[in-house]
Design a protein around this ligand. Structure first.
Ligand SMILES: [Zn+2]
Length: 683
């Protein structure tokens, strides 16, 4: 087996700059020991034990919802992208490729706020007039289906990979229609949520007032009442992540039977921009419907709502979509609700930072190409490749020794592990933006053309073989993902740096950080949903009944554990919504520890500053999640995100690991102590 220790080889480092010069630094060997609060017993709160001193003084910048490891890296990534753009600016009209010129123009159009103010509502006036002129339900459905308008619709439509036939693309439909992050925001009587709802209602009225509309209070009431009706028939987050419930293929024509009160022909369109419902041979394509039982009731709401209410609804959501390219008063209003109320931020990010976010969103692979050339040395990719293969080997070793899995399922699981595809750093094939038109004096048009460009790209490939080289994240993204249809794990360049990954740091630190992240993504292939896909990415059941029951019993225990966590007084983690991520966190850490042990090749781990290898691995894991977050952001994440908040992403997995108890001598009287029989061991 290749050994990760090679990373500490001095000669290699001397000739190979594996870290960008501006990389973040953490302590002598990778963990910042000054952040720890050793007055806290590890079992009372391991998150505070590792990060307590840092938390006591950390301040969240007014324009951010949080601060910490992820945020610092995010800011570093933004700075680098700004440097790239500044260089493009310097080379104004010389030596730039067409694509680089587009990046620069997209940026310039966005940061020229003077011109944006001067234009006022002129760039969107035609669309606003159109939306206010809608007369029939057919008109409303047509506007909902318009890609260019990017307003709101009760149904979302997209082109993706067919879960049961991952070599083909499919047209996918899901529920939509809500302006707040989740149905619970409309239905909960929790005090904080009631306040949020009132703020949303005010936001709706203010938006219409800004647009020059009259009688805005009554109109806002009607929009909120409409969205509340939509919320009532919408599926919960837990149901929406259940693959067995959301895979409902049917011929496109069956939509009219499923939801007869909707105007499907107008929505799906004809001619340019239409949804491709016919195959090249003229036969009917099938569509895959997600929240099947919600479709009919949504259509009934559609039919029973006056067109005048739909006009206002579509208008406010349209204005939100383009607010960043409109005068400041629109931008500020959207921020007052979506920034301040939902995440607690009091200040908008500066325009330059938002501009690089926009570039990342609309031309992310063009920007990513420049990012990788400057900030991702080939050596870093090679070392990350090696680490991923070590984690896969540890997973394989683990599956071979699982006590709760039968030989039949085990053989299939091993087959799946062998079929994993890792993607590291950046795509092998970059996206072609030549069909995208960018104008320096037209930020609204740029946004609309970009949305249409993306849609056209998706439609153009629907009859072609599935492009497995494609990436779902840009290289400058601080994140990673598992895609069950491709059975692939993907790590963008930007996450492959400290504190996640530092080839110059101690091995235990790297295994506790990026190792646990890699293990997390691999585990998604075996979480409560990912385990429903086989090694080829086909959604099908390959488990024996008994193994599935064993697995479900273990995950049910995990749901209970997480349900008990309370990030804010009275606000509990929703164990069922976050199960997949919690499984991945638990399994990821367990596999990372296993991989670290394998990397030692039977030799004892070195002791550094009095810390054993296992201790350093757990400290590093805790450091990665070093985060201070605003209360409103904690609430929003807990209610509407599949990831548990940082504190419990540290506490949850560590308390299920025997090695953590041994490493820190955790006693039964400590708060998060679990008796050995209550610890959940999945992998
Ligand atoms: Zn995940």
């Amino acid at each position: 087996m290749s050994r990760f220790l090679a990373f500490l080889c001095g000669a290699l480092l001397a000739t190979s700059p594996v870290l960008a010069q501006d990389a973040l630094k953490f302590g002598k060997w990778g963990v910042d020991l000054t952040s720890m609060d050793t007055s806290i017993r590890p079992g009372d709160n391991f998150f505070l034990y590792v990060n307590g001193k840092w938390l006591a003084t950390a301040t969240i910048p007014p324009d951010r919802a949080q601060t910490g490891s992820f945020q610092d890296l995010q800011i570093l990534s933004e700075q680098r992208l700004k440097t790239i753009v500044a260089d493009l600016e310097k080379q104004r009209d010389t030596r730039l490729t067409g694509e680089e010129r587009k990046l620069r123009d997209l940026y310039d159009a966005f940061v020229d706020t003077q011109a944006i103010e001067a234009r006022g509502l002129a760039p969107v006036q035609k669309d606003l007039d159109y939306l206010q002129s809608l007369k029939t339900l057919d008109d409303v459905a047509h506007a909902m289906g318009s890609i260019r308008l990017s307003t709101m619709s009760i149904y979302n439509i997209g082109i993706g990979v067919d879960d049961k036939n991952p070599d083909n693309y499919s047209v996918n439909l899901s529920q939509g229609g809500l302006g707040m992050p989740d149905r619970d925001y409309y239905l909960s009587n929790d005090e904080a949520i009631v306040k949020t709802r009132a703020a949303y209602r005010k936001y709706l009225a203010d938006m219409m007032r800004l647009a020059g509309m009259s009688d805005v209070e009554a109109r806002a009431d009607r929009i909120l009442a409409l969205e509340t009706e939509i919320a009532k028939v919408s599926w919960s987050r837990a149901d929406r992540r259940d693959e067995d419930k959301i895979y409902n293929p049917m011929p496109a024509s069956a939509l009219k039977t499923l939801a007869p009160d909707f105007r499907w022909d107008a929505f799906l369109g004809q001619g340019e921009g239409a949804v491709p419902l016919k195959r090249p041979d003229g036969s009917e394509r099938y569509v895959i419907v997600a929240e099947k039982t919600a479709f009919g009731p949504l259509a009934t709401i559609f039919k029973n709502t006056p067109v005048s209410t739909w006009r206002d609804y579509l208008t406010v959501h349209y204005l939100k979509s383009f607010s960043a390219y409109l005068p400041k008063r629109f931008d500020d209003l959207v921020f007052s609700f979506y920034g301040t109320v939902l995440t607690g931020r009091t200040q908008q990010l500066d325009r330059q930072t938002r501009a690089v976010h926009l570039l990342d969103q609309d031309m992310g692979e063009a920007l990513g190409k420049l990012y990788v050339a400057r900030y991702f040395p080939p050596e870093a990719k090679a070392k990350a490749d090696l680490l991923v293969s070590n984690l896969l080997k540890a997973y394989e070793a683990d599956i071979k020794t699982l006590d709760w899995m039968s030989p039949a399922t085990r053989a299939k699981a091993l087959e799946k592990i062998h079929q994993f595809t890792p993607k590291i750093g950046y795509p092998t094939k970059w996206r072609d933006y030549s069909a995208l038109r960018v104008e320096r004096d037209d930020p609204v048009g740029n946004a609309q053309r970009s949305t249409v460009f993306e849609w056209n790209r998706e439609v153009a490939r629907i009859n072609k073989p599935v492009d497995k080289a494609e990436w779902g994240m840009t290289p400058s993204t601080i994140n990673a993902y598992y895609n069950p249809s491709f059975n692939e794990i993907v790590f963008p360049a930007a996450i492959l740096q400290p504190p996640f990954f530092d080839p110059t740091a101690d091995d235990a630190v790297n295994y506790g950080a990026i190792g646990a992240v890699i293990g997390h993504e691999i585990s998604h292939g075996f979480d409560d949903q990912g385990s429903k896909y086989d090694g080829k990415g086909v959604f099908r059941d390959w488990w024996t009944k008994e193994d599935r029951a064993n697995f479900d019993a273990r995950t049910a225990a995990l749901v209970k554990q997480y349900d008990a966590f309370e990030p804010l007084p009275g606000l509990h983690v929703i164990g069922r919504n976050t199960l997949g991520e919690n499984i991945a966190d638990n399994a990821g850490l367990a596999i990372a520890l296993k991989a670290y042990h394998l990397s030692l090749n039977g030799k004892p781990a070195p002791v550094l500053d009095g810390y054993t290898g296992d201790q350093r691995l757990f400290l590093s894991f805790g450091q990665v999640w070093r985060t201070k977050m605003r209360d409103s952001a904690i609430r929003t994440q807990t209610m509407s995100n599949e990831h548990t908040v940082a504190e419990f992403r540290v506490i949850g997995p560590t308390r299920n690991m025997d090695a953590w108890y041994d490493s820190f001598q955790v006693k039964p009287d400590e708060k998060y102590y679990l008796a050995p029989q209550d610890r959940v061991h999945l992998w």
